[in-house]
Write a protein that binds this ligand. Structure first.
Ligand code: CA
Length: 334
């Protein structure tokens, strides 16, 4: 098997990742297409470093239609000063820039779903080259990686910091403490298949990896951007890059867990009618949604039920639903 980890990146940098001070620049991925023979995809990058200390890497735009992370990270890149920290903060707010430009989950250049192609390949398509660069140059320098997601255009998710169940108890404890410090309404322990995800690459290296799901529906709210920005500041405080105290949210963080079997998929197409809203507490077996066959007069709705007692943590976003779409996810207390 090829050792992609030791293959050099083809991505070039206009910013020195290891220099003290605050530097803005780009990671330039070579692009050769009909519209641009010797072109580049230029991923914005900010590096803020002051002496020795831990390195925290913030990434966003892994999927291009998830906006809370990129907005809060652009705020951070704009406002954080080198003298505010000890250590290093690397901010890559729009990792899959072509997808962010298009407002889509995947890249319009090659159809790549960035979070399914890690560790990528330096000779692959643009999406694979981005993945390889992120692992080889950014993750390699980081002690802590915070990759910010949300539900995108097709899902809405209770704002949360997310971790995976792993076999490394010490790594899990460090991560769980960071999740609680983040201070989003929910801290979620997920069981999911992480094949091809950035998550798996960072966890494999024994580093601290925090993901987030901060909302969705292809837009943001003021409250959710505030939650995200507070989470970022809390992570910097928790890992002692700043001298700030971790700010506690107004309501205590709920620690929930989800087993992937709890995901409810639609087995019918039609109009999606939620019977309870996102964040509602439900009992196992309680009706939570209808799907209406809008092409047939006089028919009854199909009823979908909560698979366990807990919080409606994820819901389908658009009014129309197709067979196979995620309809909802109810998460239980951990
Ligand atoms: Ca995502």
């Amino acid at each position: 098997m090829e050792d992609v980890y030791n293959m050099p990146t083809r991505v070039t940098l206009t910013v020195d990742l290891d220099a003290d001070g605050k530097h803005h620049g780009y990671a330039c991925v070579p692009l050769s297409v009909d519209e641009s023979a010797w072109g580049q995809v230029q991923l914005p990058l900010t590096v803020i470093k002051n002496g020795s200390g831990p390195t925290v890497l913030f990434t966003g735009g892994n999927h291009g239609d998830e906006y809370e992370g990129p907005i809060a990270q652009l705020q951070l890149a704009h406002t954080l000063k080198a003298e505010d920290i000890r250590g290093r903060v690397i901010i890559c707010p729009c990792m899959n820039l072509p997808a962010v430009q298009a407002g889509t989950r995947t890249s319009p250049l090659d159809g790549g779903n960035l979070n399914r192609v890690f560790p990528g390949h330096p000779a692959g398509n643009i999406t694979q080259q981005i993945a390889h660069f992120v692992v080889r140059e950014l993750v390699a320098r980081a002690d802590v990686v915070v990759d910010m997601h949300s539900g995108g255009k097709t899902l809405d998710i209770v704002p949360s910091a997310v971790m995976h169940r792993t076999s490394n108890a010490e790594q899990m404890e460090t991560t769980r403490a960071a999740l609680m410090a983040f201070g989003a309404p929910v801290a979620m322990v997920l069981d999911e298949d992480t094949t091809g995800m950035l998550d798996a690459e960072v966890e494999r290296l024994g580093k601290t990896f925090i993901s987030t799901e901060l909302g969705g529906m292809g837009t943001v709210t003021a409250e959710r951007v505030d939650i995200t920005a507070m989470g970022i500041r809390n992570i910097l405080a928790h890992f002692k890059l700043t001298k700030d105290a971790v700010v506690s949210p107004s309501k205590p963080v709920r620690l929930l867990e989800n087993l992937s079997r709890d995901l409810i998929h639609a087995e019918h197409a039609g109009l999606y009618e939620p019977l309870v809203d996102l964040g509602a507490e439900v009992k196992q077996g309680q009706p939570i949604a209808h799907i209406w066959d809008y092409q047939t007069a006089g028919c009854a709705p199909i009823i979908y039920y909560a698979t366990c007692s807990g919080m409606v943590y994820v819901r389908h976003a658009p009014g129309l639903i197709s067979r196979g779409d995620t309809l909802a996810l109810v998460a239980a207390e951990a």
